[in-house]
Design a protein around this ligand. Structure first.
Ligand code: MV4
Length: 504
């Protein structure tokens, strides 16, 4: 095992990796920008190295600075977390060239899966289903027309260099084809410097379901079942759960086997994720592979009992996948809410700021992977995530009940805004509760403008409750149970704070 690891990341994922290292008896080196001198990951690590100014380009994304920090502190390996360098084959290679270990896949696998069209070809050749469409990139409108003759409308035109929902257009009618082709090509050229595109059959109401894989350097390729990630907004996941309410045992088995085949095709090493689009008839298609540990990995950890980050580190040190596929079972249900400093009532704009008071949920079945503390700052330089609130239950209903309860405990005040009320709304939504949703869900169901009337009504109800309580003499400081023979009405303020939960 390594003696010391550098974590080339910040926030909750850096803290998550530090926790795994501590359990393994491995020392940790944090890196930090000038904006993060007081950050939680710096406090938690054994050593910390300053790597530059706040903009990530000049600090967390500065290859020579990060490699130098590792060399100076005697780190033998580097964990990239997610984001930043996690899917940068050049960085992975630089780590290897510096004589250290990159905790993740080999640079070649990162590179091959990073090109969406190459990945699509590779997967098709390996017998992994891909969305019907063009085998590779197309050059001309005539080629697009020839393909559409074969697969029919509607189609999706996607930029080869795109991703994250950028540079794609759905086309339903012949008359809109040529303008869509031209706009995708020019948008791709201006955004990515690469105007190539390809065409797929359009899937009308897909689910985003992904399969966690784990592979070692001893020929073991395994999967840890699925995560349902269809609650997304503008290609940003908001809530994930495992298992997926949409996946049948038969589909689960088929997707798991295909995910393992996909990992084998790129001689994968470490933790990775195969993302699938699944249509209403439960046909599933390879979308892309994430060659990193993902934000939502905790729900898989809670359901399988496997510590994925510890497994990544052990595998990087030459160890094996810590289970046999046949031993692995899905136990219970887990849900993750991504708690962000953002304003759902105003288009989910980032709303970072200082945290003055913080009350975090605890108790049975609750895990909160948090990157901040009371008094700390959610910086405008980085992703404004506050924490990942994850609950586990024996079944979906218990996991949802615990999430509701945990959200009722969670309180943040300061100069920031949070999306906690969005999560409280979601946990009460009938379609969510029924598990009947796909990737269109938030667009279809969440309309904060029309819900404002309800919010005003609630505020009025709160004021009436306060006036009523005052008229009953409850404006005095709360008395202790001993002073009023055991039954104490809670303060008006507490009642106001709990109006949300009373609605249920
Ligand atoms: C699609 C699709 C329907 N048909 N491709 C959006 C992000 C990008 N990575 C792939 N995306 C989609 N590709 C075909 N042929 C619908 C989506 C899509 C989507 C996919 C996953 C999660 C959320 C989504 C929201 C809207 C559209």
């Amino acid at each position: 095992m390594f003696k010391r690891i550098l974590i080339a990341n910040r926030g909750e994922i850096a803290v998550r990796v530090i926790r795994a290292c501590r359990e393994l008896g491995v020392e940790t080196v944090a890196v930090y920008s000038d904006a993060d001198r007081a950050a939680l990951h710096v406090r938690e690590a054994d050593y910390a190295v300053a790597v530059g100014p706040p903009p990530a380009r000049e600090s967390y994304l500065n290859i020579p600075r990060i490699i130098d920090a590792a060399r100076r502190t005697g780190a033998e390996a580097i964990h990239p977390g997610y984001g930043f360098f996690s899917e940068n084959a050049g960085f992975a290679q630089a780590v290897v060239d510096a004589g250290m270990v990159f905790i993740g896949p080999r640079p070649d696998a990162i590179h091959r899966m990073g090109d969406k069209v190459e990945a699509r070809k590779l997967m098709a050749a390996a017998g992994v289903p891909v969305v019907p469409g063009s085998p590779g990139t197309l050059e001309t409108e005539a080629e697009v027309r020839a393909l559409v003759e074969k697969i029919g409308f509607p189609v999706m035109i996607k930029a080869a260099a795109g991703g994250g929902g950028k540079g794609m257009r759905m086309v339903e009618h012949e008359k809109d084809l040529s303008s869509a082709v031209r706009s995708v090509a020019s948008e791709a050229q201006s955004s990515f410097g690469d105007g190539r595109f390809y065409v797929e059959k359009y899937l009308s109401s897909p689910h985003h379901i992904e399969v966690q894989v784990l592979a070692d350097g001893h020929g073991n390729f395994t999967h840890l079942f699925e995560r349902e990630c269809s609650v997304q907004r503008r290609n940003q996941k908001v809530v994930e759960e495992s298992p997926s309410p949409f996946v049948t045992p038969k589909l689960r088995k088929a997707m798991g086997e295909v995910a393992v085949r996909a990992a084998q095709a790129v001689d994968y090493l470490s933790a990775g994720t195969i993302e699938f689009l699944v249509d209403g008839d439960r046909n599933f298609y390879f979308m892309e592979m994430n060659t990193r540990i993902q934000v939502e990995h905790p729900i898989t950890e809670l359901v399988t009992g496997i510590d994925l980050v510890k497994a990544q580190i052990e595998i990087a040190a030459g160890g094996r996948v810590p289970f046999k596929q046949s031993e692995l079972k899905q136990n219970g249900w887990a849900i993750e809410c991504r708690v962000y400093a953002e304003d759902p009532e105003h288009g989910f704009v980032p709303a970072p700021g200082r945290i003055d008071t913080l009350r975090l949920p605890e108790g049975p079945g609750v895990r909160n992977d948090c990157g901040v503390y009371e008094g700390s700052e959610v910086s405008s330089f980085y992703d404004p995530m506050i924490s990942k609130l994850v609950t586990w239950g024996r079944d979906r209903s218990e996991a949802i009940g615990r999430m509701r309860r945990a959200l009722s405990e969670y309180m943040v005040s300061g100069t920031l805004t949070t999306n906690l009320n969005f999560h409280r709304w979601l946990m009460d939504n009938p379609r969510w509760i029924a598990g009947e949703y796909d990737t269109r869900f938030i667009n279809q169901e969440y309309h904060p403008e029309t819900m404002a009337a309800g919010a005003d009504f609630e505020q009025l109800a709160g004021l009436l409750a306060a006036a009523f309580a005052a008229s009953r003499g409850n404006h005095r400081p709360p008395q202790t149970p001993a002073a009023n023979s055991g039954i104490q009405r809670q303060s008006v303020w507490k009642t106001l704070g709990r109006i949300d939960s009373l609605r249920r």
